[in-house]
Design a protein around this ligand. Structure first.
Ligand SMILES: Nc1ncnc2c1ncn2[C@@H]1O[C@H](COP(=O)(O)OP(=O)(O)OP(=O)(O)O)[C@@H](O)[C@H]1O
Length: 218
């Protein structure tokens, strides 16, 4: 199993202001599998993604990646896991403003140690970015920046891709087209994909759909 979340619990705040968000979440994902995570606003989807990415730690429970529990690791070891094993596409694209599109994309691949120029050329072509490679992020539209963020994540050839509303800035038909490209590229690299979405059309394209409600997955 690539990813196993076991009885994940997470609350924010303390005392009377304590808000339990995750109340025993269990989830497993195999290499190459795709999963949609749905749930109302505030149900804890981003919290669960952050815990899976090692950006946050649960109060209790285990996050096993390829058999190793990330929870007891120190920050440096968790950062190394993020760099080499997973890639993130979040709602804020976090592109580096001082680097061109090409450099933003290859920088991430270099961090993961998996630079593959022909693959980068193929995926930027598939995502319609060929003419944008020497531009800086600030001159791109929101939709173009979103596609750069997707290309950058895939260029690192992660074993797990975590995407939080990855096509939220695109209109429905462009969103489906970009998503289909993303799914095809994910399949080519054998990565697993976990995607947070409010869109039933996007959720329907994944192998599995799980719903987060009341702090648990159903
Ligand atoms: N760092 C934090 N400190 C305090 N409360 C937090 C923190 N992060 C999240 N929360 C609370 O946890 C709950 C779940 O938030 P989360 O962002 O995970 O939900 P979500 O399902 O991703 O929502 P959305 O669909 O609106 O993005 C919310 O009540 C939120 O206010």
């Amino acid at each position: 199993m690539l990813l196993e979340l076991q009885d994940i619990q997470k609350s924010f705040g303390s005392g009377a202001a304590r808000v339990p968000v995750l109340r025993g979440v269990n989830l497993s994902l195999e290499a190459g599998q795709t999963l949609a995570l749905t749930g109302e606003s505030g149900s804890g989807k981003s919290t669960l993604m952050h815990i899976t990415a090692g950006l946050d730690v649960p109060d209790a429970g285990a996050v096993r990646f390829a058999g190793q529990d990330l929870v007891p690791l120190d920050d440096r070891a968790r950062a190394a896991y993020r760099q080499t094993e997973i890639a993130l596409v979040f709602q804020q694209f976090n592109l580096i403003p001082s680097l061109t599109v090409a450099a933003n994309i290859s920088f991430q691949a270099a961090l993961s140690g998996r630079v593959d120029p022909p693959f980068i050329e193929r995926l930027t072509g598939a995502l319609g970015l060929t003419g944008q490679m020497e531009k800086y992020p600030e001159v791109l539209s929101g939709g173009q920046q979103q596609r750069v963020a997707i290309a950058r994540a895939l260029a690192a050839k992660p074993r797990l891709l975590l995407a939080d509303e990855p096509t939220g800035n695109l209109d429905e038909s462009t969103a489906i087209a970009v998503l289909d490209e993303m799914l095809s590229l994910v399949a080519q690299t054998g990565a697993a994909l976990m995607v947070v979405t409010h869109s039933p059309a996007i959720a329907a394209r994944m192998d599995r759909v799980l719903h987060l409600s009341g702090g648990r997955l159903t």
